[in-house]
Structures are given as structure tokens and as C-alpha cells.
Design a protein around this ligand. Structure first.
Ligand SMILES: [Zn+2]
Length: 281
């Protein structure tokens, strides 16, 4: 798919699993397990689906998945599966390597979005994309350094402090026009200073939904993750985005849905419904 000067490519960087109850907040299991069956430990399988925007000069990666700096204990807790898919092999499939990436836009610094941003080599941490500038919202970076007792497990400093130390992490403030086609939309329900990435031209709009709609099952308003710091704000943000997506026929891209890459939606008497869904771009 092409939007403006950019060609969009999906990079499947692996799978992991999180507790189904935490993923769906107050929604009872008999409802969510119909579409997201739980394993013996009550976990549901999630993808880390990244997006690459390519034009003549730039190769912009959005989020970096789980990365590979995990010990055995945590690999088991999160059931991390990267045998077939990884960020590196995903790039290779389209003829690229880590040195080709010019920009990395991070939606927020939770470990499943920024794990692949740094690598561990010879006892030291390095940026995984040595020629890239990285971007995150300033508010999220500041929160990540001093997060709360509720969410500090989600922010692993090895994933982002080395980027700041290397002088390549750029801190964005609020709504940001990255360029003519890319806009960063700040939202604050899930954590503070998450940014959704909107890619648009005169005929197409594509929204990288990150953790506002981690999967297509999160489209209904009450389906809000237990991880969210301000769930009522999340619901207001979902309403705003769903209205725009319906009116302007946006394509909503899911970072964590196991099988669906993106969908369009329509408004019905029963609420918002999926119009069309696609497993690849
Ligand atoms: Zn998150």
C-alpha cells in the first residue's frame, strides 16, 4: 500500500502472551474468550506487528516489538515466540538491514513496543538501529523514568535509557506533524504521552493504533485493558477516534491482533462494527 510518498510494509516481529483478564479489564471471560481463547495459564496470544514507511530517502520504523534481551524466566512468563518472526528477519524479507533504518518512532516505552530498540553486545547496550533517530513523546519518556508502582514493570530502562545516553532519542511535544504525511496524536488513557501514528494523503488515512485498540476485540468501548492508568480517558479517546475513523473511512492498524492487520469500521445502531478486515497490507 502506498500513502503519499510512502510505501507501507508490515514487519511481523513475533508473538507473546498476556493475561486475558488484564487485556480486557472489566469484561467477563465468557465474552472475551470467544474471540481470544486463553491458554492453560489464562493468557491470550498477541502479535507484535510493526510498520515500516519507505520513501526514497527515509525508512521509518514504528515500534520495535519485544526484542531479544529476555531471560528464560521472563520468556516463559510472556511466552515469547520469535522463532519464525523477528524484527531482523522481517527487515531481511524486504531486503533491508538494521543500518538502513533512518527513523524509529516509538508510540510509548512499554517493553512490548520498544524491546527491539536496543541490543546487548559484549556486556553493553547499544541502539539496535545505529543510523536512526528515535522519537517518543517527552511526557512518556519522563513518566517512564519515574512510573508508578502500578506500571513500573512495563517500563524497562535498558530499552530506552541507552538511546538518550547516545543522544539519538528525540522528545516530541503533544500533537506533532512529523512531515506532510505523518502525524503523531497524543493520548493519555493507557499511559501518559502515548502517541498514535496517523499516515494520510488526500485519499487514504491509516492509523497505527498502538495500545488504544491493541486488537480488533478492543473496538467496543468498555473493552479497556486493566493496565490502563486512566480508563475513563481511554473510553473518551476511543469515542473520538472511532467517530473520525467512521466519518473519514480510516484504516485502523492493530499492533497486537493475532491475525488481523487492519480494518475499516462503520457505525450501526448496535455501535461500531468492523466493515472490512485484512490480514496483510
Ligand atoms: Zn502499552
Amino acid at each position: 500500500m502506498k500513502i503519499g510518498k510512502y510505501t507501507l510494509e508490515v514487519i511481523n516481529s513475533g508473538f507473546f502472551s498476556l493475561d486475558g483478564g488484564a487485556m480486557f479489564g472489566i469484561v467477563p471471560k465468557p465474552l472475551w474468550e470467544k474471540t481470544n481463547p486463553a491458554d492453560s495459564k489464562n493468557r491470550i496470544k498477541l502479535a507484535t506487528r510493526n510498520l515500516l514507511l519507505i520513501d526514497g530517502k527515509r525508512k521509518i520504523l514504528i515500534d520495535t516489538g519485544m526484542g531479544d534481551k529476555w531471560n528464560e524466566k521472563n520468556r516463559n512468563i510472556y511466552d515469547i515466540q520469535q522463532n519464525e518472526f523477528s524484527l531482523i528477519s522481517g527487515l531481511k524479507r524486504i531486503g533491508l538491514q538494521t543500518t538502513d533504518i533512518t527513523d524509529v518512532i516509538l508510540t510509548h516505552l512499554h517493553f512490548d513496543h520498544t524491546g527491539g530498540s536496543t541490543i546487548f553486545q559484549d556486556g553493553k547496550l547499544y541502539p539496535a538501529f545505529p543510523n536512526a533517530k528515535y522519537y517518543v513523546q517527552k511526557k512518556n519518556f519522563e513518566w517512564a523514568l519515574n512510573s508508578s508502582e502500578k506500571d513500573k514493570g512495563s517500563y524497562i530502562k535498558d530499552n530506552f535509557v541507552p538511546l538518550m545516553d547516545a543522544g539519538i532519542l528525540n522528545l516530541l511535544e503533544r500533537e506533532n506533524l512529523f512531515d506532510d504525511e505523518i502525524e503523531c496524536l497524543e493520548i493519555n488513557g493507557h499511559t501518559f504521552g502515548q502517541q498514535l501514528i496517523k499516515i494520510s494523503d488526500s485519499s487514504n488515512t491509516f492509523l497505527y493504533c498502538a495500545d488504544l485498540f491493541p486488537t480488533k476485540s478492543h473496538l467496543p468501548l468498555p473493552y479497556v485493558m486493566g493496565y490502563d492508568l486512566q480508563p475513563l480517558i481511554t473510553i473518551e479517546e476511543k469515542k473520538k477516534i472511532l467517530k473520525l475513523a467512521t466519518e473519514e473511512d480510516w484504516k485502523l492498524f492493530f499492533e497486537h491482533d493475532q491475525s488481523t492487520a487492519y480494518c475499516t469500521i462503520s457505525s450501526t445502531e448496535m455501535g461500531y462494527r468492523i466493515n472490512e478486515e485484512f490480514d496483510a497490507i
